[in-house]
Design a protein around this ligand. Structure first.
Ligand code: DQA
Length: 144
């Protein structure tokens, strides 16, 4: 069975408590539940990781990518500056979808630039949890 890596970056462990008017009132655990349900429907496996620094995220991706079908990643603020994470995603060369809960183009100017997005096949921004579920459909299709 194909396995999808679902990675969330800094501060996404605070979902539910963190600026709920922007990120919603549901927690990371609830997001993972919704992803598990979708994985069941799509008949794929998922491996989750949340990290507050790019080093730990890169370590996870390097370790897990060799037998994964794709990556769904919300790099959080790392999107805006982590060239190390960009290099990692580029090097691993798996089908990757970058997801943002909020619409990064409708917020502060600094958020509209993502340096990691260049390593992704596509970006889904502003659709909340649904963005992750749509990304799963895309990755599942790629790996058929
Ligand atoms: C975010 C948007 C980023 O700008 C921010 O730093 C986050 C969350 C989102 O999901 O909307 O941490 O990636």
């Amino acid at each position: 069975m194909k396995r999808i890596l679902v990675v969330n970056g800094p501060n996404l462990n605070l979902l539910g408590k963190r600026e709920p008017h922007i990120y919603g009132s549901k927690t990371l655990a609830e997001l993972m539940d919704a992803i598990r349900v979708k994985a069941g429907e799509l008949k794929v496996q998922v491996s989750f990781f949340q990290g507050n620094g790019d080093g730990e995220i890169i370590d996870f991706l390097q370790k897990e990518a060799p037998d994964a079908a794709g990556i769904i990643i919300n790099p959080g603020a790392l999107s805006h500056y982590s060239l190390a994470l960009f290099d990692c995603l580029q090097a691993l060369a798996l089908p990757t979808v970058e997801v943002h809960l909020s619409n990064i183009h409708a917020r502060e100017e600094f958020r509209s630039k993502s340096v990691t997005a260049r390593a992704a096949r596509g970006v889904i921004t502003g659709l909340g949890f649904t963005g992750y579920l749509l990304a799963m459909e895309f990755i599942a299709e790629q790996s058929e």
